[in-house]
Design a protein around this ligand. Sequence first.
Ligand code: ATP
Ligand code: MG
Length: 294
Amino acid sequence: MNTKKFLISPNKKINLSKIRTDETLGISSKKDSVKLLKKNVEQMRELQAKVYAQDKYSLLIIFQAMDAAGKDGTIKHVMSGLNPQGTQVFSFKQPSKEELDHGYLWRINKALPERGRIGIFNRSHYEEVLVVRVHDLVKYQKIPDKFNNKKIWKQRYQQINDFEKYLNENGIVVIKFFLHVSKEEQKERFIKRIEDPAKNWKFSMGDIEERKYWDDYQKAYQESIAATSKKHAPWYVIPADKKWFMRLAVSEIVVKEMKKLKPEFPKLSKKQLSELEEARKKIIDDSALNERDT
Ligand code: ATP
Ligand code: MG
């Protein structure tokens, strides 16, 4: 699959309204897509085992999207086959009082994946240039006046770029997904959430309020994505109207990125191998002794 189509080139303006939300790259059925997803999950599992054993790199996969675009489902389906010990998922909500008493990357830093792990962010530091911008929430953040001015968004893009470069140079591979759903599809999904009792719990009145700010969000997203898609931390805009395709596309990209790391199980030195051999003999000898004693 040519996932390059979804990659946002660095330093390029984008217009989200011109990027299709219903693309499926010629894959026409959900059935085919599910099969391919299964294969990718299998590959991810094998790669993950090596990344874990190698204990050098980690992956940070960031999901951002409008409500009901399918972040939760994508995380569930794409990460389903992985070893839970090697994965960590964090969902970022409105910051607590304690979090507001620190810079906005404080809580992000605490949630970064350990070496060898795959970390997933359901929302992220990008909320700081999205919801915070759309709803003018900086006033709650106690930023010194001299830094709280019109330039703050550009400053934050720069801070985020610097931060993600630092992550990259310390072994954290950052991949960012914007799940791009259409306003019409969001409406359909909200209606389903209201009409289907099994989905009621997913609906919140706040979602309808936020929908009123659709255009402001799209603007904030496109500016943020354009300013922060870098070679060391690329953004992918994934068409999200067809959930099955979205999940497949995300899995393709994650597999590709993991393969790039060429993870291998650590090779033991001659000395370590001979120590292992000694350990093997010892275990056999000891158990032989024990058997004789009993
Ligand atoms: P769900 O699919 O369950 O609705 P969700 O990610 O929308 O998942 P919610 O609890 O509904 O979870 O919403 C979390 C809210 O927290 C979002 O509205 C988001 O914009 C907000 N939020 C996250 N980070 C920040 C932040 N740094 N400042 C202000 N609001 C934030
Ligand atoms: Mg929500």
